[in-house]
Design a protein around this ligand. Structure first.
Ligand code: A2P
Length: 284
């Protein structure tokens, strides 16, 4: 599982970076990593993913986020991004929305292989296994780019050691936006080592809200109608066995949290583990 680190490609020693636009370059600010983009993939006109080199000294827990920026200004804009890759990966992966006129994503969506990405050094976040009490079934409830921290977690062998069942729930407006989670699921299922660990444990439940799809509707409505549970063939949320993580917009978090609390689940944190945790999917 723990692959050998590739020889370092990152621009540690350089003081000037290639910006996303290519034309202008600014000195790298102090105290950030400068990493090189290794892959970019656009799923739709709203969502894309990119991969970068990983600093040898960068350690994080699956599910955490870091602050990302571009060397395109004297004082670059930084935004929080969940690391979508697992802790054992020798590269870093991020999943991003493209916000027209967004102070970072307007430029970030134009990055190409070889461009430089800035990354603050300290990862943090609450969507970590340590913030949950032990349980049997783990629900990972996401909308849009909120699936990113779960992309990390479902590729972490620890998750399959700690839970009997891991249910990744992803809702998007359009069907094409669901491709990232589908690919992830297939990647895990077909992975040399993870495939075996995840077999019979990992399940994907995806739905679209603005286009026809076999599973239709918001996660909140699917919980209220009981369709989520009947489709999965499981009993409703039970604090004795079920654990959950929520990641999406502010409104989605609030509404989903209300449902979990209705069933008796209690929000936890790193220093006070409990039966569910939440984090906002950051945009801009
Ligand atoms: P809808 O299409 O009904 O707005 P967005 O891209 O705006 O973040 O939305 C991603 C997905 O989250 C969409 O499918 C959207 O459904 C859904 N969504 C938006 N708000 C909520 C909410 N308060 N509760 C549950 N799902 C939501």
């Amino acid at each position: 599982m723990h692959r050998q680190r590739k020889s370092t490609l990152n621009a540690y020693t350089s003081t000037v970076a290639t910006s996303a636009e290519g034309a202008q370059a600014f000195p790298i600010p102090d105290n950030v990593f400068a990493e090189t983009v290794t892959e970019v993939r656009h799923y739709t006109d709203r969502l894309f993913r990119f991969r970068t080199t990983r600093p040898a000294s960068f350690r994080f827990r699956s599910g955490e986020f870091v602050m990302i920026g571009l060397p395109n200004a004297e004082r670059p804009v930084f935004r929080a991004y969940s690391v979508a890759s697992p802790a054992w990966d020798d590269e870093l992966e991020f999943f991003s929305i493209k916000v027209p006129g967004g102070p970072l994503t307007e430029y970030l969506q134009k990055v190409k292989i070889g461009d430089t990405i800035l990354m603050r050094k300290k990862p943090t976040g609450t969507l970590v296994i340590d913030a949950l009490l032990p349980g049997k079934r783990l629900y990972l409830l996401s909308t849009g780019t909120g699936v990113a921290p779960f992309a990390s977690l479902i590729r972490d062998p620890d998750v399959y050691e700690k839970f009997d069942e891991v249910i990744l729930v992803q809702t998007c407006r359009e069907v094409a936006e669901l491709a990232y989670a589908r690919e992830l699921y297939d990647e895990v299922a077909n992975h040399e080592f993870l495939g075996e660990l995840a077999a019979g444990k990992l399940r994907l439940y995806d739905s679209a809200t603005r286009e026809p799809y076999p599973r239709q509707g918001r996660i909140t409505d699917l919980i209220d109608s009981g369709k989520l549970f009947s489709d999965l063939g499981v009993p409703p949320f039970d604090p004795a066995t079920d654990r959950a993580m929520i990641c999406g917009s502010m409104a989605m978090i609030k509404d989903t949290k209300d449902r979990l609390e209705h069933f008796g689940l209690v929000e936890g944190a790193n220093n006070a583990p409990n039966t569910f945790v939440v984090e906002r999917a950051f945009v801009g």
